[in-house]
Design a protein around this ligand. Structure first.
Ligand SMILES: NC(=O)c1ccc[n+]([C@@H]2O[C@H](COP(=O)([O-])OP(=O)(O)OC[C@H]3O[C@@H](n4cnc5c(N)ncnc54)[C@H](OP(=O)(O)O)[C@@H]3O)[C@@H](O)[C@H]2O)c1
Length: 338
């Protein structure tokens, strides 16, 4: 099979830039590559693998002859271009929430549920960042011991809300330290020196959309029963990059912290740092800019029978978005699904 023609849609954004870097890092073999944005950034010059490319404005014709589109340009842009991409025979790997819960769209974490890619009808969805890092940890555990209940609390970095949010943390912090007034735009409350218990909008049941994404996407990716109890609380914290999660899992059968450590130490994409006596546990400083999902603080959960609690940290821009997108691209190529 011929190497694919690839387009990166949203190439000038936080996630798009990361995707571009990782296409190079994972040595994705392509025939041609192009970089697309809105009219705002069209004309931007971009260096990639020793060549200078000009970012083009995305239009339906941009997808002529393109086999795989790696998109991180927001849900409305994905909805606009998906039919154009599919009509032209391309596969859209989409980072937005536009198609994640559609029945005929596989929601995939590479190395967790690759086989679901075989059912794609032109669109593959990349899960939400807080769900993504959790899947690489949960999958090897529940393969050994089925899960009965899951409670997740997230501490999410501002990079998960895009470039404007990163700048807002900087400007808000400067203003606060200088004792100046600051008008927050990206967040409902000041983000500097604060924790905000809201990511995305509230839904009817009192949970936010972000929290319900963790609940629903986890069930879809891991093929869990619809009534399996999962609960999530998602908070935004004044960290530039790297999401942290406190995770409580109840298993069907007895399991010890040592068994969990051993399973995770031998699992793809996971690195265990767990020696509290020496203050060794993962923080966002360990995770930013690298690939593994880090796990530590593995201990018996005191509230559940057969329960385990752990702390899980990852680079939300990489495993939560760009790295998984490019890994999916790699799998599509290896499995000849484009
Ligand atoms: N940040 C994360 O951790 C994260 C994680 C998972 C998923 N995502 C998702 O990824 C997407 C992008 O996030 P981001 O943080 O990278 O945002 P961002 O920094 O604001 O970048 C958005 C990108 O989309 C492009 N774009 C916007 N409207 C467009 C249009 N009509 N046509 C073509 N291109 C358009 C922008 O081009 P211009 O430069 O021309 O404006 C830019 O390249 C969102 O759907 C987000 O939900 C983000």
């Amino acid at each position: 099979m011929r190497n694919p023609n690839i387009a990166i849609l949203g190439a000038t954004g936080v996630v798009g830039r990361e995707i571009t870097k990782i296409v190079d890092e994972l040595k994705i073999e392509f025939n041609e590559i192009k970089f697309l944005s809105s009219a705002r950034s069209a004309g931007t010059k971009l260096e990639f693998q020793g060549k200078t490319y000009t970012v083009e404005e995305a239009k339906p014709e941009s997808f002529d002859g393109v086999n795989i589109v790696l998109a991180s340009a927001g849900a409305s842009t994905s909805k606009l271009f998906a039919p154009e991409i599919v009509k032209r025979g391309g596969v859209l790997v989409d980072n937005s929430s536009a198609f994640r819960m559609e029945a005929d769209v596989p929601l995939v974490i590479a190395y967790v549920n690759d086989e679901d890619l075989r059912h794609h009808k032109g669109i593959v969805a990349n899960p939400n960042c807080s769900t993504s890092q959790l899947m690489l940890v949960l999958k090897p555990l529940i393969d050994k011991n089925p899960m009965k209940r899951l409670i997740v609390s997230t501490y999410q970095a501002v990079s998960g809300a895009g470039l404007a949010a990163i700048n807002e943390l900087t400007e808000n912090t400067k203003a606060r330290l200088a004792g100046e007034k600051f008008e927050n735009k990206c967040f409902k409350k000041p983000i500097a020196f604060n924790v905000i218990p809201q990511i995305d909008v509230f839904t009817e049941n009192g949970y936010t959309k972000e929290e319900m994404k963790v609940v629903n996407e986890t069930k879809k990716i891991l093929h869990l029963p619809a009534d399996l109890p999962i609960s999530c609380t998602a908070a935004r914290v004044p960290v530039y990059n790297g999401h942290s999660e406190a995770v409580d899992i109840e298993f069907e059968n007895e399991i010890t912290p040592d068994e969990v450590r051993e399973i995770l130490e031998n699992s793809f994409g996971v690195k265990v740092i767990d020696n509290p006596d020496n203050f060794e546990y993962p923080t966002t400083y360990d995770a930013s800019g690298v690939d593994p999902v880090f796990v530590g603080r593995i201990r018996k959960n005191l509230a559940f029978k057969n329960g385990i609690s752990l702390w899980c940290v990852a680079d939300n821009l990489r495993i939560g978005a760009a790295l998984n997108t490019v890994r999916i691209c790699k799998k599509l190529i290896e499995m000849e699904l484009y």
